[in-house]
Design a protein around this ligand. Structure first.
Ligand code: F6R
Length: 386
């Protein structure tokens, strides 16, 4: 049931606020200004009066020692899930001070990787059936690593192969292009990093509580971003001519740039490259001309000033610029041809907001081109071939 939307993809984009509420329910306990809990325990239907401003994950509680004694985390995934993994690395390193590697499952499994029994391998998968991810965790398990799953499909092959983990709980994703699973994966990774960092004592108490409050506010902020749908539809019309697109971001938003480019490629068949913005001058800038639009993810966080200079470099070469910016930004609009505003939030949560306009842009460009967005050519929802 498309719930009145023309495509599953658009429905799933719009479902994200409620999907993330489902994902956080019973895990995130944020005390509101009135002193009550916004999140509640689904087993009782009531807010748990004993839990205040906390993240509770049974997977962390029950495997505390194993997770905290890990010398290293290795994240394995494919496609969009791998992009979530890149943000997961930043989160776990920042909040837990544990080194994290991120690998394509297909590269990891065929490379003869070094795996220690003290490693924790995190598999991220929407379908839970991706053959390469499944093979990667089987290999890691044989070598004695602990396997932690972040999986959407309950009871799937990957979920069954893991030692512990957290379900994404965003409901079945039908559109081939992943949208709500990505923001759900990010939410799980944020919850994991917060719970683990708090247990370990590597996260400052104020930062912990601030993150809990901000995360709790994210679904409503996504609702704000979704209000730009019509503007983005109109913007999309301007770009159906493009045959190439560059997506650029830094820091927390660098993986968002990769994800935006992947969305555009897979459903609109426009070649798009995602790059960390600073890498542009090491090659891709040679491609920039007035036929290649550049999308900058330029929210008001660390690296903002630098990304403005990157934007100026593109502008000087005649490139067309679309930018995703934080609310009340008045710098970027002087340079960019079009800006899309997202509400302000804490830097580690920025991807949850900045990816939404990119999903909508890819969707509308594909629809304008008359393409089948729910079933793009050559792609399958579960990649069970190797
Ligand atoms: C992109 C997309 C794919 C999947 C990838 C992994 O929109 O859907 O790149 O992310 O095939 O799939 P899962 O997460 O099911 O393992």
């Amino acid at each position: 049931d498309k719930g009145g939307f023309p495509h599953y993809m658009l429905k799933e984009i719009f479902d994200q606020p409620n999907c993330l509420r489902d994902c956080m329910r019973g895990r995130l306990f944020a005390e509101d200004d009135m002193g009550g809990n916004d999140a509640y325990d689904p087993s009782t239907g009531y807010a748990d009066p004993n839990v205040h401003n906390d993240v509770v994950l049974s997977a962390v509680r029950n495997n505390r020692d194993r997770l905290l004694s890990a010398s290293r985390f290795i994240i394995v995934a494919c496609g969009t899930s791998w992009h979530a993994g890149l943000i997961g690395k930043q989160l776990i390193e920042h909040y837990c001070k544990i080194p994290v590697e991120v690998d394509y499952a297909s590269e990891f499994r065929y490379r003869d990787p070094v795996i220690y029994p003290t490693d924790v391998v995190i598999a991220i998968s929407q379908s839970g059936e991706t053959a390469d991810t499944l093979a990667a965790i089987k290999l890691a398990k044989e070598k004695g690593a602990c396997i932690f799953g972040i999986v959407n499909a309950v009871g799937s092959s990957i979920a069954r192969e893991t030692d512990t983990g957290i379900y994404i709980h965003v409901g079945p994703e039908i559109g081939v292009a992943s949208t709500k699973a990505f923001t759900g994966q990010l939410t799980c990774l944020i919850l994991l990093a917060l719970a683990l960092g708090h247990t370990k004592g590597t996260i400052d108490e104020k930062e912990y509580v601030d993150m809990i409050h901000e995360l709790n506010a994210i679904p409503a902020k996504i609702e704000e971003v979704l209000k730009h749908n019509e503007d983005i539809r109109l913007l999309a019309r301007t770009y159906t001519y493009a045959t190439n697109f560059l997506y650029l971001g830094r820091g927390w938003n660098y993986p968002v740039a990769l994800e935006g480019a992947l969305k555009l490629k897979e459903i609109s068949y426009i070649h798009a490259e995602g790059y960390p913005a600073a890498e542009m001058k090491h090659g891709p800038i040679a491609l920039v001309d007035n036929m290649m639009p550049c999308l900058f993810v330029a929210t008001h966080h660390k690296g903002y000033e630098k990304i403005i200079s990157n934007m100026q470099e593109v502008k000087a070469r005649g490139g067309r610029i679309i930018a995703v910016v934080s609310a009340n930004d008045d710098e970027v609009s002087k340079i960019a041809d079009a800006v899309i505003e997202v509400p302000d939030t804490l830097a580690p949560l920025a991807p949850l907001l900045s990816v939404i306009p990119l999903q909508m842009l890819a969707y509308h460009i594909a629809v304008e081109k008359g393409l089948n967005v729910d079933m793009p050519r050559n792609l399958a929802k579960s990649v069970t071939v190797e």
